[in-house]
Design a protein around this ligand. Structure first.
Ligand SMILES: Nc1ncnc2c1ncn2[C@@H]1O[C@H](COP(=O)(O)OP(=O)(O)OP(=O)(O)O)[C@@H](O)[C@H]1O
Ligand SMILES: [Mg+2]
Length: 262
């Protein structure tokens, strides 16, 4: 199975903070993977490293390979990935109308620019995705006038419009109400059953769909555990990861954390 990500000895700074110190990580396309860790662990930074928003410090025997390649035309790389993140939602150009939010996925841009051209085939594809996600009635609405959940659906559509093999999601259900959260999870599950690989980056245990097989714990910029979901999503392991007594409840392949009160 091909590696989606292979990171070797990557050191990375955000401002003056050293987020990763010689990080090693491999994610193969054999499994759907969740990267779990507390606030500030480096999850979003890792995602930015994957998306080539950031580069590690240049060092001998250090590299970041994506789909087994170190050098990429960023545009070409992004066409292989469908990314949905909160920072994208915050930074997305608010006056873009729904249909164009979807179309912007063809350029992995956070709005629409004059030089971008959309032929009939692309427009039809965007409309098809809108229909699949049940957002076709919002196609003419400005992004800024949509609710959080509606925006999230459009960003998922934007990530899907170019049909990438891998979806990378950063806290995908944050800010969604229970119904929107469950619907979103069902959509993600449907996509994995169609063969899309999932890399989920989160601190919310409840948004890990049953299809996730491998879990990686990230804490203070370090991989502290890497195992099957069954072995890691336990009360004991999660209490250690989050430094607080946690009780884990499992139901139908979903997990929920509650305080472990004696
Ligand atoms: N622009 C910045 N300048 C300095 N430090 C930063 C900057 N952005 C992030 N950091 C630091 O980098 C570390 C990792 O941040 P990151 O956003 O990757 O964490 P995270 O795991 O995504 O957390 P959360 O669960 O809160 O989203 C944190 O210590 C954070 O304070
Ligand atoms: Mg984050």
């Amino acid at each position: 199975m091909q590696n989606i990500i292979e990171i070797k000895n990557a050191t990375l700074f955000q401002g003056s903070t050293k987020v990763f110190d010689r990080l090693n990580l491999e994610i193969s396309s054999a499994y759907n993977t969740a990267i779990l860790g507390p606030n500030g662990a480096g999850k979003t930074t890792l995602l930015k490293l994957i998306n080539r928003d950031f580069y590690p410090v240049v060092a001998k025997h250090s590299f970041v390979k994506l789909f087994a390649k170190e050098r990429w035309d960023v545009q070409e790389l992004r066409s292989r990935l469908g990314i949905v993140s909160q920072s994208l939602q915050q930074n997305y150009s608010g006056d873009t109308i729904g249909l164009y939010v979807l179309l912007s996925g063809f350029y992995a841009s956070d709005g629409i620019w004059q030089h971008q051209h959309f032929d009939e085939i692309k427009i039809q594809r965007a409309q098809q995705v809108a229909q699949q996600l049940g957002i076709e009635h919002l196609q003419d609405r400005e992004f800024s006038s949509m609710s959080t959940g509606e925006q999230r659906r459009f960003l998922l559509g934007r990530a899907l419009v170019h049909n990438p093999p891998v979806l990378v999601l950063d806290e995908p259900t944050s800010g969604l109400d229970i119904s929107a959260c469950f619907q979103y999870l069902e959509t993600i599950r449907g996509l994995t059953s169609m063969g899309k690989k999932l890399i989920l980056v989160t601190h919310h245990i409840h948004e890990i769909p049953p299809e996730v097989e491998r879990v990686i714990f990230l804490k203070e910029g370090k991989i502290v555990e890497d195992d099957t979901k069954k072995n890691l999503l336990t009360s004991d392991k999660l209490s250690r990861l989050f430094d607080i007594p946690i009780k884990i409840i499992e139901e139908n392949g979903y997990y929920q954390a509650v305080p472990d009160i004696l």
